[in-house]
Design a protein around this ligand. Structure first.
Ligand code: PLP
Length: 423
């Protein structure tokens, strides 16, 4: 029994999240499947940004403490609003910095090499920025990253085996930093199990949630994760370069921030302007300087949408969308040598599909010229992220038909098989 456009439309009619699509700026003739790189602008995010801009216009310096969203407390308030998305208590989350800066902060704080326990465990598939940050933190502590950063190997080039990670949790490891969802293959790591195993061996563990935040639910407190960090411009739709966030388990409250600044202060003390820092007693201590208010503002509106839609509903729809996409690819593209680099099982599959093909770079260019926005990952990956809040099953259906036309008519051959500057 083959899937048809009628099936796609039926699924859209039954979709309880369908109404959220109208909240976003989506071009009529474009199918946007890149929300895992840069989420689209919603009307509510636009409004909250304009509201904050207005408070600058109207209040000047007093905007720090007056108006609808007083800037002085914005990072804390947004952290409270996000806590549910990661399964944390409100004061364990703070909106601050960028992913990379937050990793620097957390590694500077929680990487405490001592005696023979001096190494950091990561993986060979991780995003380069995380690796660079860990390498520099190792150097700053006086060690050589070449032998102090262990990178767990992948067996198939796409995924990691939890058993392999555990085998590398040796006595010399002081800290583990891993992704929740791998940025290429979309594999979800078993954070609960990895945290348990790390703690059995007396090792701190933190996760990079860039590709899972806003796409899958988390239970960081329940799993007893030590810390986490993420960006807010992918599934959370807070705009290019929007302020990121971090989580610190409350059992670590009171730990001195590795990188301090005046915004690490207890809020009541900050304007005493003393030269001895009194850090905040919660995750707020891991802020550094003045928050980037205008880049945090879109998050106010965006998080309202997540609250209304519910992360469990988002996950449920996301799984249906990616399953529908895989089924259609099986049905329609059999003869064109595509393979799946993403895990197939629901509990291991994140928010996107990773299709591989040796002509991937130019297939992506052909898709883009046909108004489908994928993203290319060298050397041969096509990431397709049907996003629960604004993509439809019909988008998925049409994408696979367009891809089929590109393959059948060999339209992709018009393009060079090379990536652009920003891929
Ligand atoms: C997107 C992403 C980043 C980006 O870091 P920035 O500091 O926001 O540039 C880092 N790590 C992972 C895993 C990502 O997916």
């Amino acid at each position: 029994m083959s899937l048809t456009l009628k099936d796609a439309r039926q699924l859209d009619r039954e979709d309880p999240l369908h109404k959220f699509r109208d909240e976003f700026y989506i071009k009529d003739d474009v199918i946007y499947l890149d929300g895992n790189s840069l989420g689209l602008l919603s009307k509510r995010a636009e409004k909250s940004l304009l509201d904050v801009l207005d408070s600058w216009k109207n209040y000047g310096i007093d905007g720090w403490t007056t108006g609808e969203h007083p800037w002085f407390y914005l990072s804390e308030n947004l952290g409270d609003q996000m806590a549910d998305l990661v399964g944390a208590k409100p004061n364990e989350v703070i909106v601050s910095g960028s992913t990379t800066v937050n990793l620097h902060q957390l590694a500077a704080t929680f990487y405490d090499p001592e005696g023979s326990k001096t190494k950091i465990l990561a993986d060979e598939l991780n995003f380069p920025s995380d690796i660079y940050a860990l390498q520099s933190q190792i150097k700053l502590k006086g060690y050589d990253p070449d032998d102090h950063l262990i990178r767990v190997k992948s067996r198939d080039g796409h995924t990691l085996d939890e058993e392999d990670i555990m085998a590398q949790m040796t006595e010399d490891v002081a800290l583990i930093v891993l992704p929740s969802v791998l940025y290429r293959s979309g594999q979800i790591l078993d954070m609960k199990r990895l945290t348990e195993e790390a703690h059995k061996r007396n090792i701190m563990i933190g996760f990079d949630l860039c590709h899972s935040i806003g796409a899958i639910p988390h239970s960081l407190d329940e799993w007893d994760v030590d810390f986490a960090f993420w960006c807010n411009y992918k599934h959370l739709n807070a705009g290019p370069g929007s302020v990121a966030a971090l989580y610190v388990n409350e059992k670590h409250f009171g730990k001195t921030p590795g990188i301090a600044g005046w915004f690490s202060s207890h809020k009541e003390k900050q304007f005493d302007m003393e030269h001895t820092l009194t850090p905040a007693e919660d995750a707020g201590a891991f802020q550094i300087g003045t928050p980037h208010i205008l880049s945090a503002a879109p998050l106010i509106g965006s998080l309202e949408i997540f609250k209304e839609a519910g992360i469990e509903n988002i996950r449920e729809k996301s799984l249906k969308l990616t399953q529908f996409m895989m089924d259609l690819i099986h049905q329609e593209l059999k003869e064109y040598d595509f393979t799946f680099g993403n895990p197939i099982a629901d509990d291991q599959r994140g928010g996107h599909i990773y299709l591989e093909h040796k002509e991937a770079a130019r297939i992506c260019k052909a898709l883009k010229d046909a108004n489908v926005v994928p993203d290319f990952r060298a050397p041969n990956g096509i990431r397709l992220a049907p996003v629960a809040l604004y993509n439809t099953f019909e988008d998925v259906y049409r994408t696979v038909q367009i891809l089929k036309d590109i393959m059948k008519n060999e339209t992709y051959k018009k393009y060079e098989n090379k990536r652009g500057v920003v891929a």
